[in-house]
Design a protein around this ligand. Structure first.
Ligand SMILES: Nc1ncnc2c1ncn2[C@@H]1O[C@H](COP(=O)(O)OP(=O)(O)OP(=O)(O)O)[C@@H](O)[C@H]1O
Length: 324
């Protein structure tokens, strides 16, 4: 199901959490709402779910306004960061819950729950209780439970936020594969740019209640609309009025046309790359990524004076860099 958010505003008291937000989530897509804490991501997700009412604007599901439709009638599955499982119920019963209250036939429930447990790789865990699962397994159970009633939309609010880095990474890959299998329109909230870039087909960058940019991971990385987006989706340095990715800067040992003089502070060799930290004449820090081979050929070392010139850069009329 396609979702359209049209000119939605939402204030809490005199605080504007969302200001005239418009965004389209294509049918069957996997979309990330990405941005810093307090930017309005959860509020937007909750407005889509019907858990918050917008002050102005509307949400449309497949072209139909859903204003006034309560959450339970919106056909959405919802998973939060801290998933509240029924502790006294087994994994099987937790997943079956939505189907039971919809009074589906018993054998249909059994078949569907088996399918879902397999889908989330918990087939061996049906008889366990939530307390006997790891955090990652519990979130997978939450997803199975949300998927059980075949929602048209899956809304995930930092579903892996409370888990450690390694488990998050596993679940990310898993969510991506799951989406390839079931294709339900999915919107997930994250403040982690790597998570958004790796998992999502579309990323909506939200900051201070406004949409900075919506696009594919490549579009955001290659053609950021604002300095905020550029800084939020990847490392960036400023050379005069140019915003530059570290791998788009060339280091020259002699002065070059348009080159800026800089001094090397530190050279760190990481894998097959070398990260060169420098500062410009005015003291501004710059980070450059070169191949290890280039660092060796140029004999780059701390203290050295070099000249920097970008072979690719972005310039913006206005705006400030995000500090991600
Ligand atoms: N029920 C509420 N009452 C008052 N203020 C609220 C309420 N819900 C959210 N806010 C405020 O609205 C702003 C946006 O909150 P929201 O949760 O949407 O941000 P977020 O981008 O999801 O941030 P986070 O990543 O920290 O969850 C925040 O400043 C928050 O304090």
């Amino acid at each position: 199901m396609a979702i359209e958010v049209r000119n939605v505003s939402k204030a809490f008291g005199d605080f504007q959490a969302l200001g005239d937000v418009s965004v389209v989530v294509p049918d069957g897509s996997l979309t990330a709402l990405l941005g810093p804490s307090g930017g309005g991501k959860s509020t937007l997700l909750r407005v889509i779910a019907g858990l918050e009412t917008a002050d102005a604007g509307e949400v449309l599901f497949d072209g139909e306004p859903v204003t006034g439709v309560p959450p339970q009638h919106r056909d959405v599955g919802f998973v939060f960061q801290h998933y509240a499982a029924f502790k006294h119920m087994t994994v099987r019963d937790n997943v079956a819950f939505g189907l039971k209250i919809r009074k589906r036939p018993k054998d249909e429930i059994a078949t569907r729950v088996d399918e879902l447990l397999k889908l989330v790789h918990l087939d061996g865990f049906a008889g366990r209780y939530p307390a006997q699962l790891s955090g990652g397994q519990r979130q997978r159970m939450a997803l199975a439970r949300a998927l059980a009633v075949e929602p048209k939309v899956l809304l995930l609010d930092e579903p892996f936020g409370a888990l450690d880095a390694k488990v998050r990474k596993e679940l990310r890959d898993w969510l991506r594969r799951l989406h390839d299998e079931v294709h339900v329109t999915t919107v997930f909230v994250t403040h982690d740019q790597e998570e958004a870039l790796e998992v999502a087909e579309q990323i909506v960058v939200i900051n201070e209640g406004r949409i900075e940019q919506a696009g594919s991971p490549d579009e955001l990385y290659e053609s950021p609309a604002t300095p905020f987006v550029m800084g939020f989706v990847g490392p960036v340095s400023q050379l005069g009025d140019q915003y530059v990715r570290p791998h788009d800067i060339d280091i020259h040992l002699e002065p070059v046309d348009g080159g800026l003089q800089a001094q090397i502070e530190h050279v760190a060799r990481v894998g097959f790359e070398a990260r060169v930290e420098l500062h410009l004449a005015d003291g501004a820090p710059v980070s450059v990524l070169v191949t290890r081979q280039q660092a060796a050929e140029q004999e780059l070392e701390a203290g050295q004076i070099v000249w920097l010139r970008a072979h690719r850069f972005h310039a913006f009329a206005e705006g400030e860099l995000a500090s991600a």
